[in-house]
Write a protein of this length. Structure first.
Length: 276
C-alpha cells in the first residue's frame, strides 16, 4: 500500500517547517502519511494542483505566493475561503478538490492565546497577500473598530479594502495610512520580510507605539528583527509559531477527520526552531 501524501505548494517552500509539525502529528495518530514540500513556480501551478487528484494524495497546503491564484484551479471552496479570497488548505473529496482557509482561525487563536482584545481595536496590517487577507477578515469578524492596510503595491491594498467592505460595510478601513501606526493597538506583519535567511530585514520603518501588541506571522527565526524592534520600543511582541500551529491543526482535522494533537505539533516546531 502506498504511503498517503500531503504536500505544501508554494515558491519558495524550502524554509517551511510544516513537514516537521505535520509528520509529528501523523506519527502521533498512527497514520502512515507523509507531508512533503513541493516547490511550485506560478507557471506550474495548474499542473501541480491537478496532480493532487492522485489516489495517494490526501491533502495539501498552499503558501506564498499562490493562496489567491490557486482558487481558479479548484472545484469548490468553502464560504470562508470565498469571502477571504484565499485558500491555504486543499482537501480531495470524491475526485474533486475542495479549498478552505485555516489562516483566519490560526490568526484569531494566536491573538486569543496572547490575550489581545480585538473588539474595538485599531489595527495596522503590513501586507495585502493571502495571510493579510485572513488577518483583516479575522479582525473584522472579531469587531475591530478600524484597520489600516499598508502595502508596497497600493492597488492590492485597495482591492483588499474593497473586498472587506463588501462584507463589513461598517468597518473603517484605511489604505497606506502610515500615520495610524502611532495610535494602533495591534500591528501585524503579514509579509515575508524578515524570514530566514533575511533575518536582519523588517517591514517596519517607523517606531512602534509603546504598549501595542505586535505579531509577526513569520515564524522562522523565532525572534525576527520586527519583534526585537517592537520589544525595544516597549511594545508587546508575539511570535508566529502559535498561528502556524493552530492553522496547521485545523488543516490536519480537515484532512483526517480527527482531533489534532496540538501539543505534539507545537513541541515539534519549537524543538526544530531551537536546533537551527
Amino acid at each position: 500500500m502506498k504511503v498517503k501524501q500531503v504536500f505544501l505548494i508554494g515558491d519558495p517552500v524550502e524554509h517551511s517547517l510544516s513537514p516537521v509539525m505535520q509528520n509529528a502529528a501523523f506519527h502521533a495518530c498512527g497514520l502512515d502519511w507523509e507531508y512533503a514540500l513541493r516547490a511550485t513556480p506560478r507557471a506550474q501551478l495548474r499542473e501541480v494542483v491537478a496532480s493532487l487528484r492522485a489516489d495517494d494524495c490526501v491533502g495539501a497546503n498552499v503558501t506564498v505566493p499562490h493562496k489567491e491564484a490557486v482558487i481558479e484551479f479548484l472545484d469548490d471552496v468553502s464560504e470562508r475561503a470565498r469571502k477571504i479570497g484565499a485558500v491555504n488548505t486543499i482537501v480531495p473529496r470524491d475526485g474533486k478538490l475542495f479549498g478552505d482557509n485555516t489562516d483566519m482561525y490560526g490568526f484569531t487563536q494566536a491573538l486569543r492565546e496572547a490575550s489581545v482584545e480585538l473588539r474595538g481595536a485599531r489595527a495596522v496590517i503590513l501586507g495585502a497577500g493571502g495571510a493579510a487577507r485572513a488577518a483583516v477578515f479575522a479582525l473584522a469578524e472579531q469587531g475591530a473598530s478600524r484597520v489600516a492596510i499598508v502595502n508596497r503595491t497600493e492597488a492590492r491594498a485597495k482591492k483588499l479594502a474593497d473586498d472587506v467592505r463588501a462584507h463589513f460595510p461598517n468597518l473603517a478601513i484605511d489604505v497606506n495610512s502610515i500615520a495610524m501606526i502611532a495610535t494602533a493597538h495591534l500591528i501585524v506583519n503579514a509579509t515575508s520580510v524578515g524570514m530566514s535567511p533575511h533575518e536582519n530585514e523588517s517591514p517596519m520603518q517607523r517606531s512602534f507605539p509603546r504598549g501595542a501588541a505586535v505579531i509577526d506571522l513569520v515564524y522562522r527565526p523565532l525572534q525576527t528583527r520586527f519583534l526585537r524592534d517592537a520589544q525595544r520600543a516597549g511594545a508587546r511582541p508575539i511570535g508566529g509559531v502559535s498561528m502556524l500551529v493552530h492553522q496547521g491543526a485545523a488543516a490536519f482535522e480537515l484532512w483526517t477527520g480527527r482531533a489534532a494533537p496540538v501539543e505534539v505539533m507545537l513541541d515539534a516546531i519549537v524543538k526544530a526552531l531551537r536546533s537551527l
